[in-house]
Design a protein around this ligand. Structure first.
Ligand code: GLU
Length: 553
């Protein structure tokens, strides 16, 4: 009777029971093997690449099973909430191709039958479950003040005991109910804790879908389930929400692994079956000889915005993340070069158990492969979309010279070994600016990359003569190179390396010196795609103008 009085005093407006909610949100109609997973971020504003990584795992395992993937916003820590973060999270997820079947669709909107999908709007459900625990004597109000808790911690530290609120130290756990009622009636502040029956001498055996079989001591802490502000702790909200939303698989960061004893216990206390768990490794970075967590403060690549700013196509980032999620992805991609990445089946048990290593060099390799396979039109579309936001000058140049840029992007496309020039759109400028006089004309003589064996005077001598015989009407790189060879021979350069080695004094240099000089004169670069095509893109007049400019250096 007095427990009922206590429960009603704490939750006077809670008339519904857990069963009412269990009926309202029935078991989902799932076929065998279908997963219901969720991405459950706290709206703290910073989009970490680790969030995309975790949600990609959740999305893939749900979608590939024909199940449900939903978005739940975990905003019970209202101090940490940042304005606009929900919209930002949703936009980020959609950008990375993750379509939620259910959940928040905007700051104030959602879809799906298990709503609300925002924890701050689910208060009545946490209260119903907490009230029920109080009624059963499994939870109690705790009146400990911050000073009392500090003193307790000091005492435990000095006695070298485990810190926390448990067993004999849990002063309010055995407070007579009548006394608790009087305290509440007198207006004393309190929070709600569970009355833990766990025994740390006993171990709980557990199977994690990523980590495998694990075991840990039972929880004996009287953990908080409802905080002073009336909202639930993460632990309690997790048990209530994943029960009522009928989650089958909790795929979440491994930082939660150590809380598992609490979660197992909470599901037991509320009398519900717990979901399966897959604890996803943290994204790590090699730093000198050791690995460390990818840090928001130290590593630019920890922010999702970094990939936008640098211009990594989304597909490249996603495929790279799939590489980290399951290392067989790389082999699968080689064997299925044209397949959609959605066809790859993600296996939770093939994830690294010890931390996923993030490596930007590898990302660049993956990205180069993917961009190399794109059509010139697709590259142009993605590049100009990026440039419009991040490089206005290049956006203008590229869009006003569309055919030139497309031809450039198209060099080598469709051949067995397409060029792998770009990992991200921010690299394009550096590699194509010489197509535009604005940039070429502004470059100084120091920027001209002549062949190492050729000085400026010798280079100018070559160009002076080449300018006279330059034929713009050749039809292929091969034909052009034959022509250069002929010209090189005529002006005293050798076309055979062996012969040149045996008799260096008989020649002014190698044909490569001649070709390299022409390349430097036209582009100022020592390394470009096929020069013949570049000269075709530039047009005869520009090529001749560039020869003149080079001669006047
Ligand atoms: N809100 C938790 C976090 O952002 C979610 C953990 C979970 O998926 O359960 O870490």
């Amino acid at each position: 009777m007095s427990l009922e009085k206590l429960a009603n005093l704490i939750f006077p407006n809670t008339t519904k029971t857990p069963q009412d909610y269990l009926d309202k949100y029935p078991q989902r109609d799932l076929k065998d093997g279908q997963f219901v997973t969720r991405y459950a971020p706290s709206p703290t504003g910073f989009q970490h690449i680790g969030g995309v990584f975790a949600s990609l795992v959740s999305e893939r395992v749900a979608t590939q099973s024909g199940g449900i993937f939903y978005l739940r916003i975990e905003d019970t820590d209202q101090k940490r909430e940042v304005e606009g973060a929900i919209e930002d999270t949703i936009a980020t997820m959609y950008k990375f191709g993750m379509e939620f079947n259910e959940g928040m669709t905007g700051e104030n909107s959602h879809k799906g039958n298990y709503a609300p999908y925002r924890q701050s709007e689910r208060k009545e459900m946490y209260e119903a479950f907490a009230k029920d625990l109080i009624l059963q004597g499994k939870a109690y109000p705790c009146f400990a003040t911050p000073e009392e808790l500090d003193a307790l911690r000091e005492e435990q530290t000095s006695k070298k005991l485990n810190p926390g609120y448990y067993g004999e130290f849990a002063k309010y756990r055995n407070l007579p109910t009548e006394e608790a009622i009087s305290k509440i009636e007198a207006g004393e502040q309190y929070i709600i804790r569970i009355k833990s029956m766990g025994d740390p001498e006993k171990r709980v055996e557990f199977h994690d879908l990523v980590k495998g079989d694990i075991s840990f001591p039972e929880n004996n802490q009287d953990i908080v389930i409802i905080k002073g502000d009336g909202l639930p702790t993460y632990h309690f909200a997790h048990a209530v929400d994943d029960t009522l939303m009928r989650t089958t698989h909790v795929t979440r960061g491994e930082e939660w692994l150590s809380s598992l004893p609490i979660h197992v216990q909470l599901f037991e206390m509320i009398g519900q079956q717990r979901p399966q768990y897959a604890h996803i490794p943290t994204i790590m970075k090699q730093d000198g000889g050791s690995k460390r967590k990818l840090s928001k403060r130290k590593d630019a690549e920890s922010a999702v915005s970094y990939y936008d700013e640098e211009g990594y196509p989304i597909q490249c980032v996603v495929e790279y993340l799939l590489n980290i999620i399951n290392s067989p992805y790389e082999m699968w991609r080689t064997e299925n070069p044209d397949a959609d990445y959605h066809e790859f089946i993600v296996h939770l048990d093939k994830m690294s158990k010890s931390g996923a290593l993030f490596d930007i060099i590898k990302l660049n390799d993956v990205s180069k492969e993917i961009i190399a396979k794109m059509s010139a039109d697709e590259m142009f579309e993605l590049y100009t979309t990026w440039a419009k936001q991040y490089d206005e000058q290049m956006y203008k140049l590229a869009t006003t010279n569309e055919p030139a840029v497309k031809t450039f992007f198209g060099i080598d496309k469709g051949t067995a070994k397409p060029r792998k020039d770009f990992a991200k759109w921010a690299e394009v400028k550096e590699k194509i600016v010489y197509l535009f006089d604005e940039f070429y004309d502004a470059e100084t003589v120091e920027q001209i990359e002549l062949p190492k064996t050729v000085d400026l005077a010798q280079a100018q001598e070559i160009v002076k003569q080449y300018k006279e015989i330059y034929n713009h009407n050749l039809t292929s790189q091969e034909e052009w190179f034959e022509d250069v060879k002929k010209f090189a021979t005529e002006i005293g350069y050798c076309t055979n390396r062996k012969e040149y080695k045996n008799n260096p004094d008989a020649y002014k240099g190698m044909v490569s010196d001649v070709a390299g000089t022409i390349r430097a004169a036209v582009t100022h670069r020592s390394n470009t795609p096929e020069l013949f095509i570049i000269m075709q893109i530039l047009g005869e007049e520009t090529v001749q103008k560039r020869f003149d400019k080079f001669l006047n250096q």
